[in-house]
Design a protein around this ligand. Sequence first.
Ligand code: C2O
Ligand code: CU
Length: 471
Amino acid sequence: MPRGEAAISHAHRPHREYRLTLSRRDFLAATATLALGAAAPAGAAAPQLRAAPATARLAQAQYPETAVWANGGQVPGPTLRLPQGARLSRRFVNALPQASTVHWHGIRIANPMDGVPDLTQPAVPPGGEFLYDFTLPDAGTYWYHPHNRTWEQMARGLCGPLIVEEPKPPQVDRDEVLIVDDWRLTADAGSDESPGHMGDWSHAGRLGNWITVNGNGDLRLAARRSERLRLVNAANARVFELGLKGLEGWVVALDGQPLEHPQPAGRITLAPAQRADLIVDVTGEAEAFLVSFERDGGYAIATFSIGDTARPEPLSTPSPLPANPVPRLGDLEAARRVRLHMQGGAMGWMAGATLDGERLGIRELVDKGMVWAFSGIAGMTDRPLVTAARGETVRIAMVSDTAWPHAMHLHGHHFRRIGQNGQPGPLRDTELVNRGETAEIAFVADNPGDWLLHCHMLEHAAAGMMTWLRV
Ligand code: C2O
Ligand code: CU
């Protein structure tokens, strides 16, 4: 059990590798409801965002509904859609049996609104409220999720999309958010959110056995001729390999930020918390699919029925979306350099680490459920990894000495990964660092406050992969 987290109240249950989705026929036979949220009005007297226990139809009709924790009664929570530059104002009401917060992932937000317990605000206790009120500097696809016992609260279903609209959005027939998630369901479609044995935590993190799109195990939509698809990976730890069949198009944005040059949408690797915006066109007959490639083959996770919407001639490259006002990187040679050594996990050969100022061996760390570390320190530190002057360009070399992939997320900023050629890549807020790899990111530390840098494999974060920066 992770240090400093409340005791887990339910009994330990064994892992079930039970896979509900084995047959494609079953998969298609399933009925489910479409749980897309209505846009909430902007401004006025702060509408509520209420987190509470609920039930949701995740599995096929023959299974009971699954007990979840939901925002606004639905999983995922309501889609918040506001224009760029607008103010988002929501009264978060915590009707959960646990303290919680809301983190607005990817927003270059004012620090007190970032939703990180003990760093930017106290966690909101059960029955408590907190007013989130901030402006949205960048257009794009973002999302919100809790940041307290995140591994559990997100496994139970808490999350939702936050869409910030460009002043002139690209012309498409539909703009659709597709939140992909995975659940660990028990044989009776119960949600098994138990942390499991240390195996999960020290390996890839909690991987589910049931995939949903917008909370639906068999999402079906009528295809439109051209669509903007906003993909969001809300899974605890699963890296999705996604592809399209019968739809063709372009990736126009990653993690909310427009690509200078839209890329043809082939296989899309979407690590936890990452987003990709696509502009696609129907090219197939009868049906088109969003496909998740698993070890044992591709599964259709959303189906578009085509009718007569297919277009014979291929879509021409869309023009890039207008850039957001993210500051340009300063001189990379002169930039402040920081090294982050990522350690631990199974097959990681970490001998020990410092926990709460105390040096512990790996056995003691395992006992405390802290099996990952950044630069010799497991979990949060008193002092930041780096204190940057406002406006300074910072480079962080994230050196993975582990046998597992990690989705590294920086709060409050967008960064660029520096490529092999020394050239900075696209703006992102979450970067996949593969096993044994070094990923160097650079960003302008222009947002004052204290900001987390952590792995978005939520079990890794809870078990030690968490640090922070001060601007
Ligand atoms: Cu998506 Cu620290 O979070
Ligand atoms: Cu990780």
